[in-house]
Design a binder for this molecule. Structure first.
Ligand SMILES: [Zn+2]
Length: 511
């Protein structure tokens, strides 16, 4: 506390200066990878230790799964190629290995497939090591003024205005690790569950690394933001007085891992490009299943719960899955109807474990889509990020002559219209029911911000429409001068650095 107050306050928009990063050797972790086109496809084809679960059911995976790093280091097996869209080098991809356990005859002996998962992000790391490239350690110590301020922020981690972007800068891109570690400690869960600090730290580092930092939206900062929101909800009186330590650790871990290894494209995209994950999960909650299985993979690899009775850790994995699967937005109506039914009949009883679990599912759903309920500056930033991710997918779909998903075409959509639709049809109904369940100051604040944000987007939409109309009228007048004049205008505009038509997107973004 004392140290914090003595520190100079950094302006909100101050980035961590390069010289601070460089003298600590800080390098952005996954700047070298992108979903499509990089790395070189040849590099991908040489992957040797890149495996995934191939069972849709976690129970059937358990006995076969050898969750440690030994298998990962084995090389020399033939990849079994999956048919996928030829253009798409999706980050996570499977290769399979057949390992013969104690047998001399491959044809007659029982063969066991080993299914492992190594996300693309971590593949890049391990391949660098194999090539002798020095490891880029993602955790770095920053100067005291940064860490001091990050610590100060953590003291107000339950504040709804918590600026996760600033926190991410102050922790040098380690917001997810720092925040999750802090929350687990704050609740005393590390002690209570006798978690090994080294294993825990390793787990959290791997979780953060397995988020794709080049996704505009579905990256580790989103996971940290959801974890912070989840914490706020778990602090609400209705939950705080009834949640058990088990519920809380699951809530935190589910929030932190709920989008693990997200490829930055949606489920319909994976289905129409015949991605193996779509086949594996039978086109149902494809991404959510993958996030869950990825999280389980890391839990087992780090052996974080290996000291617990097997039944308990399996139970934790199942419940983690049930929470993560609830974030599938396509199943929103099922959850919402059930929530409404409970609220109408006033039969939610939080001493009942299954009811508590359901409320945790609803809390995680709210946390996942709470961007419209944040203060405008934060909310707007998230909106722009998620829209950019949509549009990037739309660009790929156009480029490869795939059907462009609705709302994903940058030519016909704007951030504002997507946001207004999302608030009206998805966020408002959910938060209205949440407020019925927990009518607190926080819930009212969230509804208040959502109303203000929606009005702001509507205002911007109208502004943009009127600017477009003016531009149209202007260009109609210019048409009478003929094509040469239009061309001249265009050239002049380029030289002058902008015309009214160029100002439209800029104006809409900045105001
Ligand atoms: Zn999410």
């Amino acid at each position: 506390m004392e140290v914090c107050y003595q520190l100079p306050v950094l302006p909100l928009d101050r980035p961590v200066p390069k010289h601070v990063l460089s003298r600590r050797g800080a390098i952005s972790f996954s700047s070298s990878s992108s979903l499509f086109g990089a790395p070189d496809p040849r590099q991908l084809s040489q992957m040797k230790a890149f495996l995934a679960f191939t069972c849709a059911n976690i129970d059937s995976v358990c006995p076969k799964y050898t969750g440690d790093v030994r298998v990962r280091s084995q090389v020399g097996f033939e990849p079994e190629r999956r048919i996928s869209h030829p253009y798409l080098n999706i980050d996570f991809r499977t290769l399979h290995t057949r390992l013969d356990y104690g047998s001399t005859s491959e044809s007659t002996a029982p063969e066991r497939r080993v299914h492992r998962l190594l996300s693309f992000q971590r593949y890049l790391h391990s391949s660098r090591l194999l090539r002798g490239v020095p490891q880029q350690i993602p955790l770095h110590l920053l100067d005291e003024d940064y860490t001091g301020q990050a610590r100060c922020m953590l003291e107000k981690v339950g504040n709804w205005n918590f600026d996760i972007f600033l926190f991410d800068r102050l922790t040098n891109g380690n917001s997810l690790i720092s925040l999750t570690f802090h929350l687990l400690n704050q609740y005393g869960l590390v002690e209570l569950f006798q978690l090994d600090m080294v294993k825990l730290w390793r787990f959290l580092v791997m979780v953060q690394e397995d988020y794709h930092s080049d996704n505009p939206y579905h990256n580790a900062i989103h996971a940290a933001d959801v974890t912070q929101a989840m914490y706020c909800y778990m602090q609400e009186p209705m939950l705080a007085k009834s949640l058990t330590s088990c519920d809380i650790i699951l809530g935190i871990l589910a929030a932190a891992t709920h989008d693990l290894d997200h490829p930055g494209v949606n489920q319909p995209f994976l289905i129409k490009t015949d991605h193996y994950l779509a086949t594996l999960y039978r086109n149902t909650s494809v991404l959510e299943n993958h996030h869950w299985k990825s999280a389980v993979g890391l839990l087992r690899e780090t052996r974080l719960f290996s000291h617990l009775p097997a039944e308990d850790s399996l139970n934790m994995e199942r419940e983690l899955g049930s929470l993560i699967l609830a974030t599938d937005i396509s199943r929103q109506n099922d959850y919402l109807s059930r929530f409404r039914r409970h609220l109408d009949q006033e039969n939610l009883c939080l001493s009942n474990a299954s009811h508590r679990h359901f409320i945790l599912q609803m809390a995680l759903k709210c946390a996942d889509i709470c961007n419209p309920c944040r203060p405008w500056e934060l909310s707007k930033r998230w909106s722009e990020k998620v829209t950019e991710e949509f549009f990037q997918q739309g660009d790929i779909e156009k480029k490869h002559k795939l059907e462009v998903s609705p709302l994903y075409d940058r030519e016909i959509n704007t951030v504002g219209n997507i946001q207004i639709g999302f608030m009206t049809y998805v966020a408002e109904p959910l938060f209205a029911e949440w407020t019925r369940f927990s009518d607190t100051r926080l819930s009212q604040t969230m509804l208040g911000y959502m109303g203000l944000n929606k009005a702001s987007w509507s205002g911007l939409q109208q502004e943009q429409a009127s600017v477009s109309k003016e531009a149209e009228l202007g260009s109609a007048g210019a048409d009478t001068d003929g094509g040469a004049a239009a061309r001249r205008d265009s050239v002049g505009a380029t030289a002058a650095g902008g015309t009214s038509s160029k100002e439209i997107p800029q104006g809409s973004k900045e105001s």
